[in-house]
Design a binder for this molecule. Structure first.
Ligand code: PLP
Length: 358
């Protein structure tokens, strides 16, 4: 894992990049309806926002087919990930007399590692099962690795950084088989870019009482990466455990909550963002394929592909030309992960890419 933009000798002046394609943000910004709600909310910034909070929870609960007590609202989904890492790694420290086992977090290789790194800091052991040849989570292989020491299964769908998805029916069957034994955490940060008809609807598993934890964020299709809003959908008892590691739900301000409500209701804006993302993603995938690059088919707002030069040198040259990207390294093979920006930004990316790779 190489995250050069944090380790560059001279940190890049991010706002001056011509195209910021490194953090999977929404290049179109927040919905005009959300902006309007944000300004209006400022007028009631002096009041605690119990009502607005309840309204957001009710909206989400209705949409997911669960009860408001199945929802925990957080300032971004990272809070849910960090809470789960701390909670499920508990008792995994070998030196603690009260430990109940080695505390394994079971997941896939080539996935998002924030939760895993934090759990590892807390003493958990991470077991990452290789992906399938087509860069997908290998659910059968993961299920085969279940032991009583596994405290949590962590799945990212669509996955970051590969952009791949597992079929909804397979994921549902996996949850039904595994969740009665071990909690299954599904990080759905990028689910809104996935075609609605094909999406897994795992809220129903929560409503049936299964120990499935869904983590969602407004940072991606809603464009709230800076405003900070996310939530978990899970059993009330599980949420109570996770809440011990958070600052409490009122860590989110009324401006973000009210803008979140407006954005959540604004299906037209979400459809617009999804369509623009798909258009720019298809353009970039094709342009790279025309140059002979093997792009991993993505259902998210970024794409990953193997590159033919050293990650660091590639990244430095892209940044020097004003294009912010990220790189990864798996089994010695460097990859570029480029977030999907606007069509103009992707054209700039391709121009610079051609220059850099020669
Ligand atoms: N999960 C995944 C897979 C991500 O890629 C990210 C951020 O990029 C997050 C969670 C956390 O996002 P946030 O804390 O902004 O909700």
């Amino acid at each position: 894992f190489v995250n050069e933009f944090a380790t560059l000798a001279t940190p890049p002046d991010l706002p001056k990049l011509r195209a910021r394609l490194l953090a999977n943000e929404n290049p179109l910004g927040i919905a005009p309806s959300a902006k309007e709600a944000l300004v209006k909310a400022a007028e009631i910034g002096n009041r605690y926002c119990w009502m607005e909070f309840a309204q957001l929870k009710q909206l989400i609960a209705t949409d997911e087919g669960v009860k408001p007590e199945n929802i925990m609202v957080t300032p971004g989904s990272s809070d849910v990930l960090m809470a789960a890492a701390a909670h499920y790694a508990k008792n995994s420290d070998q030196t603690r007399p009260d430990r109940t086992g080695p505390g394994i977090i079971l997941t896939s290789a080539m996935t998002y590692d924030d939760l895993l790194e934090r759990a590892s800091d807390f003493g958990a052991k991470i077991e990452a099962v290789p992906m399938t040849k087509d860069y997908k989570y290998d659910l059968n292989a993961i299920q085969a690795k279940l032991t009583p020491d596994v405290k949590l299964v962590y799945i990212v769908n669509p996955n970051n950084p590969t952009g791949t998805v597992v079929p909804a029916a397979d994921l549902e069957a996996f949850c039904r088989a595994v969740a009665p034994k071990v909690p299954v955490f599904i990080d759905e940060a990028y689910i809104d870019f996935y075609e609605p008809a094909e999406r897994p609807r795992l809220g129903k598993l929560v409503s049936e009482g299964l120990n499935v934890i869904l983590a969602r964020t407004f940072s991606k299709i809603h464009g709230f990466a800076g405003l900070r809003l996310g939530y978990a959908v899970a059993q009330p008892d599980t949420l109570k455990s996770l809440r011990q590691y958070t600052n409490g739900e009122f860590a989110v301000g009324v401006t973000t909550i009210m803008a979140g409500i407006a954005s959540y209701k604004d299906k037209d804006w979400q459809n617009h963002c999804r369509a623009e993302n798909a258009k720019a993603r298809t353009y970039t995938t094709k342009a790279l394929a025309d140059m002979g690059y093997e792009v991993i088919p993505s259902s998210a707002n970024f794409i990953l592909f193997p590159i033919r030069m050293k990650a660091k040198s590639f990244s430095n040259q892209m940044f020097a030309n004003g294009i912010g990207i990220q790189t990864r390294e798996f089994n010695g093979q460097p990859y570029c992960r480029v977030s999907v920006g606007t069509m103009d930004e992707m054209a700039m990316f391709m121009d610079t890419f051609k220059k850099v790779v020669g």
